[in-house]
Design a protein around this ligand. Sequence first.
Ligand code: PLP
Length: 380
Amino acid sequence: MNDSSRQTDSFLPFTRPNIDEETIAAVAEVLRSGWLASGPKVAQLEAQLSQYLGGRPVRSQTSATAGMEMALLACGIGAGDEVITPALSFVATANVIVRVGARPIFVDVGLDSRNVDLDQVEAAITPRTRAIMPVHFAGLPVDMERLYAIAGKHKLRVIEDAAHAIGSVWRGRRIGSFGDLVCFSFHPNKNITTIEGGAISGGTPEELKSIELHRWHGQVKSGVDGFDTLLAGGKYNLSDVAAAVGLGQLKRLEGFNARRRALVARYFELWGKDAPLRLPERGDEGHSWHVFTPLLPLKSISRPQFIEAMKARGIGVGVHYPAIHLFSAYRALGYREGQFPNAERIGRETVTLPLFPAMHLQDVERVVAAATAIVHGART
Ligand SMILES: *Cc1c(COP(=O)(O)O)cnc(C)c1O
């Protein structure tokens, strides 16, 4: 990949956005145009995302968090309702459930897939359950057939946290090209960015109307000079400046994801079967590899030690994620240690190794050599 921003000997972060000069020029053009907030670029981004997702309706907003919250509101979910969601995700997935007044019902995830255990989802359904919020962790699609069979049987809505999964494909179909309400994130760490931003794909006509109202003050225009406010909406509309970034990114999404797959293939190739870390589920060509998150052998080395040792070798390491139910806000809801062993183990052991499109295969070799030496070295 011909990225001029690459510096061979500098610090290798675990992720880095990739913005080309054409996109920077497009942003400058928007800044000069006199129209900065939601306008033609937002409309264009929504249209192109819709086209990418098989023609489904798409509504952009300021973040996936805002999108998921509006999706819940659009489904009429609130006080007294339960929403089933994995104990392992970014905390936003659960926070939005609490914010609309509902109760998050956590279930455990697969140790290697990091995706929600669908047997546990089915077992957690009660008369109060209104929706399931799965996460396509790292871009590995959840078993969509089984997920929607469960939802259909129990008449539940599915709000997919697809923050990691733009460009992911399940059995030949793109995530977001089917399903109920599919929420993408365009935060700078995600596979494509609008700086901050997100988009919802799908939704019934009523849900779409609700999302539009919640996104912009609950207002609708009436006549030439008037407007009405139909509900106490929020303000979550994307700006044209952000959308211009997104349009430049969307053009490169397939290339970015192909590059991510090639880099991950190198990780698997170098580490083979006897990796010193436990590698995540490999998936297939439909995996969009938002993050590469092996588990550390804590008997050999603690995570702070590993992170410090990697940093000393010029390599950044992230943590995606601690188990949600062990955060104070969720312990306060009654959750406690021991309930979701896989999520807890992943939360303790996970490390995010460098993975972003401008990386070279040699960077992967450097990370593998460093991580192997550090784990082995700590063992002796
Ligand atoms: C990043 C992320 C979010 C939140 O996305 P924002 O656009 O930052 O609101 C939600 N869920 C998961 C799994 C994420 O990784």
